[in-house]
Design a protein around this ligand. Structure first.
Ligand SMILES: [Zn+2]
Length: 348
């Protein structure tokens, strides 16, 4: 399926409520996969597809079960045209993310601003009121999304004028949130986690948010991790490293014949590209697949050890001391997994 590139989101009908505040409570996980049984033979030199993705999902969702059920004060600021059902779903999804990452990040409070495609002016005012940086106005971005894709599928995490964590997200007022947009709340929340530590290249910044968003948002419908590949595929439509013009199949075709030097080139470019150019190299999809390999082989705790290490060290040093591989060695080892994923992604 074709998706507008950029991030995430949601959808539905009617309702209002304005500026309500709420305390999140974390529900019990419905679908525990249990132990890591069956994943024993995975290693960076034996990346079975799709088993590695399933192991990554299991690691994240086991963390949900193993983490304490804490309450965090979350202020939900709700636009006039966002439905109550959307707000309820947002709370469930973001609560899971809070619980999973509580060992590494537990804000005293944070703010979630939800709006629909009809609430542009309202959302512009909220951005102005709370503060936060964004590359455009929200109402202009809504216009772009609606005219390009007929949806309102973006969200972004930032900081308020006081430096407090906040994220903004658009949900369509005309339909229920599709499964694919269930990755949005944990995706944005993971950005808030990242922002506590160091600096990251695009593939780590967006790829890990895309992976963790999917691992939390899709686990109940796809514990095997396959839906995340469908999502990654949907974000890859703008893949165009050489500026050749639109070709929705370029990403999959490139991956199918990938060599080690191709992989080093793609990820190497994503080390230096900024956010908007990152889209040309499919930072969500490539970084998402790379993150699921890291988490599938070594688990979420090790991954977060690398993230925490960026507070004092460069990401490259932290990566190497955590995993015992240089980033380039890692990019080369990803090739068989990326090729296997491309074979399946060709179906979508
Ligand atoms: Zn993001």
């Amino acid at each position: 399926m074709k998706l507008p590139t950029r991030v995430l989101v949601v959808l539905t009908t009617m309702a209002l409520v304005s500026g309500c505040s709420s305390t999140s409570t974390v529900p019990e996980a419905e679908n525990p996969l249990g132990s890591q049984e069956g994943f024993e033979n995975l290693s960076i030199d034996n990346l079975e597809y799709p088993l590695t993705g399933a192991a990554a999902f299991a690691s994240v969702n086991q963390k949900l079960l193993d983490s304490p059920d804490l309450s965090v004060n979350v202020e939900f600021v709700i636009g006039p045209n966002v439905s109550e059902a959307e707000v309820a779903l947002e709370k469930v999804l973001v609560s899971k993310a809070v619980r999973i990452f509580s060992e590494w990040y537990l804000p005293e409070s944070f703010t979630v601003v939800m709006f629909s495609e009809k609430d542009g002016e309202w959302a512009d005012q909220k951005l102005d009121e709370y503060g936060g940086s964004y590359f455009s106005t929200i109402s202009k971005e809504i216009e772009n999304w609606v005219s390009n894709s007929g949806t309102c599928g973006f969200a972004f995490a930032t900081k308020t004028k006081e430096g407090a964590p906040i994220y903004f997200g658009c949900t369509d007022s005309f339909r229920e949130r599709e499964w694919i947009n269930r990755q949005t709340p944990p995706h944005e929340y993971f950005h808030l986690v990242q922002y506590q530590y160091g600096e990251y290249p695009q593939w780590l910044l967006e790829g890990s948010a895309a992976f963790f968003g999917a691992a939390v948002g899709y686990y109940d419908i796809s514990p095997d991790g396959l839906r995340s590949k469908e999502f990654f595929r949907g974000t890859s439509g703008n893949f165009d490293p050489e500026n050749e013009g639109p070709d929705y199949n370029r990403f999959v075709n490139h991956l199918r014949t990938l060599t080690e030097s191709d992989s080093l080139k793609m990820f190497g470019d994503l080390e230096t590209f900024d956010w908007q150019n990152g889209d040309r190299l499919s930072h969500y999809a490539l970084g998402g697949l790379a993150t699921e390999v890291l988490v599938g082989v070594w688990g979420i705790d090790k991954y977060m050890e690398m993230v925490v290490g960026t507070k004092e060290d460069s990401w490259t040093s932290s990566f190497q001391s955590t995993y015992g591989l240089t980033p380039d060695e890692f990019y080369a080892k990803l090739v068989p997994y990326l090729k296997a994923a491309a074979k399946e992604m060709d179906l979508w």
